[in-house]
Ligand binder design. Structure first.
Ligand SMILES: Nc1ncnc2c1ncn2[C@@H]1O[C@H](COP(=O)(O)OP(=O)(O)OP(=O)(O)O)[C@@H](O)[C@H]1O
Length: 269
């Protein structure tokens, strides 16, 4: 079997803020097409690691390579645009610009290219809004007129504006009620196959974790203590994992049960 293609390679990464060591000698690969979720206790360095993968922060030591480019080695604007242009980000708060309409929020990354006509931008924005199930009638609304679920969808449309190959999701379902959260998870899964996305996510939400993750990387004791599937992680002996999985055991059982039921659904007569 061919080795899967690495989109992100993290090698011997350490992070220190003054005397505070957050990461110590972290190694982690993200493969094309997967959804990799980072979990860990509060302050374990998940968001910092996500920001380092985006090139927004530099580690104290070690290397982060994205699409084969070492992020601490990016010298030219063109090279930076090349890497950034292939990445989309959905920040925790949705982070729409409150002074811009829905349309202008999604148009922003397209306008920043300085390469597209307003007609092309209009068409692309409407396609992206359609992809996240936001009707055209909402395009001229201000973010303050939207529900929490709609803000997340518009923010996702903006993150997808440049057709990224790599999408970063920081707590994508935080602040959504269970129903909205579930439909947002389904939207992410649909877009992932439609756009062949590779996704790196941080989440505390157990339903989101179980529903979306192909692999999970666990941050504890300043290191990635294990990377694997939900089942592999669950079998790993570590106090953080034991206490984490106590609370989600029943969710995994529910998921396994619904998959079983799905697999064994009777043929229609
Ligand atoms: N710029 C900074 N300067 C100093 N300390 C920082 C900085 N950024 C992060 N930290 C510290 O690094 C540690 C890791 O922070 P980070 O936000 O990455 O953790 P996290 O796992 O995402 O936490 P949470 O789950 O609570 O969001 C924390 O102790 C935080 O206070």
């Amino acid at each position: 079997m061919n080795k899967p293609e690495c989109i992100i390679e993290i090698e011997s990464l350490s992070t220190r803020f003054g005397n505070h060591i957050v990461h110590r000698d972290i190694n982690l690969d993200v493969y094309r097409g997967e959804i990799l979720t980072l979990i860990g206790g509060s302050g374990s360095g998940k968001t910092t690691l996500l920001r380092q993968m985006l090139g927004l922060e530099r580690p104290s030591q070690g290397k982060v390579r994205v699409f084969g480019n070492s992020l601490d080695n990016i010298r030219s604007n063109i090279q930076e645009k090349n890497v950034r242009g292939h990445c989309g980000v959905l920040f925790q708060q949705g982070a729409l610009f409150s002074a811009l309409t829905v349309f202008d929020n999604v148009a922003l990354p397209l306008r920043e290219l300085h390469a597209l006509s307003e007609d092309m931008i209009r068409d692309l924005v409407m396609v992206k809004l359609n992809m996240v199930a936001i009707e055209p009638k909402h395009a001229n609304k201000m973010p303050s007129a939207l529900s929490g679920g709609m803000i997340k969808r518009v923010a996702l449309a903006r993150a997808l504006a440049l057709d990224p190959e790599l999408l970063f999701l920081d707590e994508p379902t935080a602040g959504l009620d269970p129903e909205l959260s579930q439909s947002f998870v389904e939207l992410i899964l649909a877009l992932r196959s439609e756009m062949n996305l590779t996704i790196v996510m941080v989440t505390h939400d157990l339903d989101t974790l179980v529903a979306l993750s192909d692999r999970i990387a666990v941050l504890a004791d300043q290191q990635v203590i294990i990377t694997g599937t939900l089942d592999e992680i669950r079998r790993f002996q570590h106090p953080f994992i034991t206490s984490f999985f106590k609370t989600i055991q029943h969710k995994i059982e529910q998921k396994n049960h619904s998959e079983q039921t799905w697999k064994t659904v009777p043929m229609p007569s």
